[in-house]
Design a protein around this ligand. Structure first.
Ligand SMILES: [Zn+2]
Length: 81
C-alpha cells in the first residue's frame, strides 16, 4: 500500500497501532487518560491513545514512570567468590 500523495511531514515517527473493536478501554495509571489496550505484532500489550492509535508511552506525561522499572537495589556487600 503506497500513499504517494501523503506529503505531510511527520514531526515524529510515532508508530501507530490499529485499535480492535473489542479493545478494552482502560485508564492510564500515570495520567488517568483513556487508553486502549492493543496487542502488538510482537505479542505485547500496548496502551494506545483512542483515536490516534499512538502508543500512550509516547504521549503520556507520566511516561517516565513506565519507561524505567524500579531499579533493584544491588547488594554490593554480596558474597564474592
Ligand atoms: Zn498516561
Amino acid at each position: 500500500m503506497s500513499d504517494e500523495y501523503t506529503r505531510e511531514p511527520a514531526p515524529r515517527a510515532e508508530p501507530t497501532y490499529e485499535i480492535p473493536l473489542n479493545a478494552t478501554l482502560a485508564h492510564c495509571r500515570g495520567c488517568g487518560a483513556g487508553i486502549y489496550w492493543v496487542r502488538t505484532p510482537a505479542g505485547a500489550n500496548m496502551p494506545v491513545d483512542p483515536g490516534t492509535g499512538v502508543s500512550h508511552f509516547s504521549t503520556c506525561p507520566q511516561a517516565a514512570r513506565f519507561s524505567r522499572k524500579r531499579e533493584v537495589p544491588r547488594n554490593p556487600t554480596g558474597s564474592d567468590r
